[in-house]
Design a protein around this ligand. Structure first.
Ligand code: FCB
Length: 499
C-alpha cells in the first residue's frame, strides 16, 4: 500500500466526503502552465541548478528486482502479501517485475545515457539475510556489490536505502516491528551492508517513509502485515526510531566513509480553516507524520503529535531510549508527492484517520485545486517549496536530498514506439522550478531523485500505475525511454529547465 492508497483509503473509510467512495482513477490531468497552482514561465526560465548538483532516479528492491526466490533469497512480507489472493489490485506480484536483478547493466546504461549522477536503490533484507538474522546469503550480498561496482564504473553515485519496506517474513513471524528485538536485528543487517559495501557505497538511508510503513502495516492494516491496532503502530514506530539511531552508529562504526540520512515521506499540511482547532490539528499531523522520525533522531524526543501526553507506556518506551534514538543525521532525505488539509476531529466530526488513532484526532484530506495526475493526486509544485523552507527552518538548514518526487501518467508507446508523456515533463519542470526557488532562498539541496527510473510494481496498485521515465513492457522486458526521460537527461546536462 503506498501513500496515495493510504490517503485514498483514509478518505473512503470516512464516508468519502471528497470522492463519495469512488476509486480515484485516471482523472483528467491538465498539467499546463495555466492550471491552478502552476509555476509561471518566467520562474521556469529563471531556474538554475549548480554544477555538481546530483541528478538521479530512485527505485526499491521489491518494486524492480524480481528474482524473488533466486540465489537463496528469503521470503519478504510483500512476497507473502502479493501471493495472497485479493491483496493486490490487479492480482499481480513482483516475482519478476522489471527483472533488474538480471538486467541492472541495461538499466545503468539508461541512467548513463540520461546523464544521471545518483541512483537510489534499496537492499532487500531477506536477499542478504534470508531469515532476517543469522547466516548471510553471500550471493545476495554479491548482487549489491556488482550493482555498486557497475554504478561507479558509469560515474553514478550508489545511494542505498537499507529498508524500503522489505521485512523478512521470518521476522514478521517473530512479531514484526512491534517486537523491540527487531532494532538489534536491523542494526546488524545495516552493519553487514556497511562492512561489505562501505568502501564503495557512502550514502545510506536507514528507512524509507518510516511513519507510513509502521502506521499502514500495524495501525490501519492497509499494508503488510495488515494489522490494525494503534498501540501496535506506536510500538512499531518506536522500534524503528531506536533502530534508526542504532543503525546510524553501526554504519559509522563499520565504514569510516559513511554518511547517513534517511528518506522521509513528507506532505506539507495546511489547516482546512483558519480556526484554532484546525491549525492545531495541522500542527499535530505535521508532528505525527512529517516529524515523528526526524525529531527522534535530531533531538531524541517525540514531537507534539498527541492530543494529550505522549503515550510512552503504549510505545514501550524505556528510560534511556532517548539516547538510543538520537542520531545527528548527516543529511535529510525528503519525498514530496502532495499537500494535505487537516481539520480537528476531536469534537466528533467524521473520524477518518482518527478512527484508527485516538491519540491524534485529526481528519486529513487531499486538496483538489490543482490538476490531477492519473492516480488522482493533485499536482501542487508549490508544496515542495514550502516543505524545503519548513525543513530548513526547523533543523537549522541541513543538507537535503530529494529522495523521491513523481507522478502517475499512463502514456504508452505510440505507433512509432515513442512515449510522448508531456504531462510528466510539465510535472517535473514545475516541481524543479519550485525547488530551484527554494535553493535560491537558502535551502541546501544537493540532489534530486525522480521516482522512478522505470515503470514498476506499485505496491497495492500492482502494475496499474506508471511512474517511470522509462516505459517497461512487462511481457517482454523491453525498456523505452519516454520523452520525459530524454528531457530530464537534458536538464541534468544543462542545469536549467528550458531545454
Ligand atoms: C513512495 C514510495 C515508493 C513509490 C512511490 C510512488 O511513497 O516510497 O516506493 O511507491 O511512492
Amino acid at each position: 500500500m503506498d501513500r496515495r492508497n493510504f490517503l485514498k483509503n483514509s478518505l473512503i473509510a470516512g464516508g468519502g466526503a471528497l470522492l463519495a467512495g469512488r476509486e480515484i482513477v485516471a482523472l483528467e490531468a491538465a498539467a499546463s502552465p495555466q492550471a491552478a497552482g502552476a509555476v509561471s514561465p518566467a520562474e521556469i526560465a529563471a531556474a538554475r541548478f549548480p554544477k555538481g548538483f546530483l541528478w538521479g532516479t530512485a527505485t526499491s528492491s521489491y518494486q524492480v528486482e524480481g528474482a524473488w526466490n533466486v540465489d537463496g533469497k528469503g521470503e519478504l512480507i510483500w512476497d507473502r502479501a502479493a501471493h495472497t489472493p485479493g491483496r493486490i489490485k490487479d492480482g499481480s506480484n513482483a516475482d519478476v517485475s522489471c527483472d533488474q536483478y538480471h538486467r541492472y547493466k541495461e538499466d545503468i546504461a539508461i541512467m548513463k545515457q540520461l546523464n544521471m549522477k545518483s541512483y537510489r536503490f534499496s537492499a532487500s533484507w531477506p536477499r542478504v539475510l534470508p531469515e532476517g538474522t543469522g547466516k548471510v546469503n553471500q550471493k545476495g550480498l554479491d548482487y549489491y556489490s556488482r550493482l555498486a561496482d557497475a554504478l561507479l564504473a558509469a560515474g553514478i553515485r550508489p545511494f542505498c536505502t537499507i529498508y524500503h519496506w522489505e521485512l523478512p517474513q521470518a521476522l514478521e513471524d517473530r512479531g514484526g516491528w512491534p517486537n523491540r528485538d527487531l532494532a538489534n536485528y536491523y542494526a546488524d543487517f545495516a552493519a553487514i551492508l556497511a562492512k561489505n559495501l562501505g568502501d564503495r557505497i557512502t550514502v545510506w538511508a536507514p528507512f524509507n517513509m518510516p511513519t507510513d510503513f509502521t502506521r499502514n502495516g500495524y495501525g490501519t492494516g492497509w499494508a503488510p502485515p495488515f494489522k490494525s491496532n494503534v498501540d501496535q503502530f506506536l510500538k512499531a514506530a518506536h522500534t524503528v526510531n531506536l533502530a534508526q539511531g542504532m543503525a546510524f552508529r553501526a554504519i559509522k562504526a563499520a565504514s569510516s566513509k559513511a554518511t547517513v540520512g534517511s528518506a522521509y515521506g513528507m506532505e506539507p499540511v495546511y489547516p482546512k480553516t483558519n480556526s484554532e482547532a484546525d491549525r492545531a490539528a495541522a500542527a499535530r499531523w505535521n508532528a505525527a507524520h512529517n516529524l515523528y522520525c526526524i525529531e527522534s533522531a535530531f533531538r531524541g524526543t517525540y514531537p507534539k503529535a498527541f492530543i494529550g501526553e505522549i503515550p510512552y507506556e503504549a510505545m514501550g518506551f524505556r528510560p534511556g531510549d532517548e539516547k538510543i534514538m538520537k542520531a545527528p543525521l548527516d543529511w535529510v532525505g525528503v519525498h514530496y508527492y502532495c499537500r494535505l488539509l487537516a481539520s480537528d476531529s476531536s469534537n466528533g466530526a467524521p473520524p477518518e484517520v482518527s478512527s484508527h488513532d485516538p491519540y491524534a484526532q485529526i481528519r486529513i484530506e487531499l486538496a483538489g485545486e490543482g490538476p490531477k495526475t492519473d492516480s488522482g493526486l493533485e499536482m501542487w509544485p508549490h508544496g515542495l517549496y514550502d516543505l524545503m523552507m519548513q525543513v530548513s527552518r526547523d533543523y537549522n538548514h541541513p543538507i537535503i536530498e530529494i529522495t523521491e518526487t513523481g507522478g502517475v501518467f499512463m502514456d504508452a508507446p505510440d505507433a512509432n514506439g515513442r512515449v510522448a508523456d508531456l504531462r510528466r515533463i510539465e510535472f517535473y519542470r514545475q516541481h524543479l522550478a519550485e525547488l530551484a526557488r527554494a535553493m535560491a532562498d537558502g535551502a541546501k539541496v544537493r540532489a534530486y531523485h525522480a521516482w522512478s527510473l522505470l515503470d514498476n510494481f506499485e505496491w497495492g496498485s500492482g502494475y496499474t500505475q506508471r511512474y517511470g521515465l522509462t516505459y517497461v513492457d512487462f511481457a517482454t522486458q523491453k525498456r523505452t525511454i519516454k520523452d520525459s526521460g530524454y528531457w530530464y537527461g537534458r536538464v541534468a546536462a544543462a542545469g536549467r529547465l528550458d531545454v
